[in-house]
Write a protein that binds this ligand. Structure first.
Ligand code: GUN
Length: 280
């Protein structure tokens, strides 16, 4: 039976260290969050991010914009936040409504305020192994693995999913920790067989219960990034939990696994951006 990787507890344990760093700043770290429209999942995530930022005493700018905002108006909002000296970090909650060009919006965020690490400058630095601000979810996964003292050097790691938000940066971080990394995606053949060779599996596909326990090597470490809402309103990961728990050595629950770590890393990235901006 696997040991649960408790992201909620780990995220909480990081707060005191963060408070010390915040106290050393000349002014409170400034986090701006832009939400466009009423996507229910986005509303939940934004609320959680704001609540955590509030508890840490951040200066916050919250923009909740209408779903029919134009590209030009949204870009003007980003420009204003870029120019606002009290704002150290800018987050645009994804997904944006379909009529908007997300890439152009993310490209417009000043790289030193790119708290999500989605700007090509941040992604390029990460790909070269000299990371600046690293996407929050994969970074949170690395902190969880380190906390559990999971040995990555020489390990076979399989990442399922190749998004710019999770899969791609996750693969880079694992590779930079000296794992041998395989990335699976929607066109991959024999995903089960590939997962069966993995010492570490990170599932980020957005399909409830996609990874089955029977695929896993005995003793594998299983990280479930999926947050899927089922018809009955309950949350479920990308891993079939009961069967996976029986074979894994460590496994992250959903909820209470990776989710709280994403928010903790957002707070840490905001403090980091503030430290760098305030010392320059
Ligand atoms: N939507 C899903 N995950 C994320 C994330 O990490 N950051 C932002 N901005 N939007 C998201």
């Amino acid at each position: 039976m696997a040991v649960l990787l408790n992201g909620r507890r780990l995220a909480k344990s990081l707060a005191p260290g963060l408070r010390v760093r915040i106290a050393a700043l000349q002014r409170a770290p400034g986090l701006a969050v832009i939400q466009v429209g009423e996507d229910p999942a986005s509303s939940v995530y934004v609320k959680r991010k704001r609540a955590r930022a509030e508890r840490l005493g951040f200066h916050q700018v919250s923009l909740h914009l209408s779903a029919d905002i134009s590209q030009e108006s949204l870009e003007a909002q980003v420009d204003a936040l870029n120019a606002d000296d009290t704002v150290d970090a800018i987050l645009v909650q994804l997904p944006l409504p379909a009529h908007l060009d997300s890439t152009a919006i993310l490209d417009r965020i000043q790289p030193d305020k790119d708290v999500d690490g989605f700007h090509p400058w941040s992604a390029g630095l990460l790909s070269q192994g000299r990371p600046h601000l690293v996407p929050c979810t994969p970074r949170g996964v690395m902190v969880m693995l380190a906390d559990a003292e999971v040995s990555l050097s020489g390990a076979n790691a399989v990442v399922i999913g190749r998004s710019n938000i999770v899969g791609r940066p996750m693969a880079m971080l694992l590779e930079q920790a000296n794992a041998t990394v395989t990335v699976c995606h929607s066109r991959t053949r024999n995903v089960a067989e590939i997962v069966g060779r993995a010492d570490v599996v990170v599932a980020a596909v957005g399909r409830p219960g996609f990874v089955q326990g029977s695929w896993l090597k005995e003793g594998a470490v299983v990280v479930d990034v999926g947050i899927n809402r089922l018809d009955d309103g309950s949350l479920c990961g990308d891993v079939e939990f009961a069967s996976a728990e029986a074979r894994a050595s460590y496994i992250t629950p959903v909820p209470g696994g990776v989710g709280p770590m994403t928010i903790a890393m957002l707070m840490e990235n905001t403090v980091r951006a503030a430290e760098e901006r305030q010392s320059s």
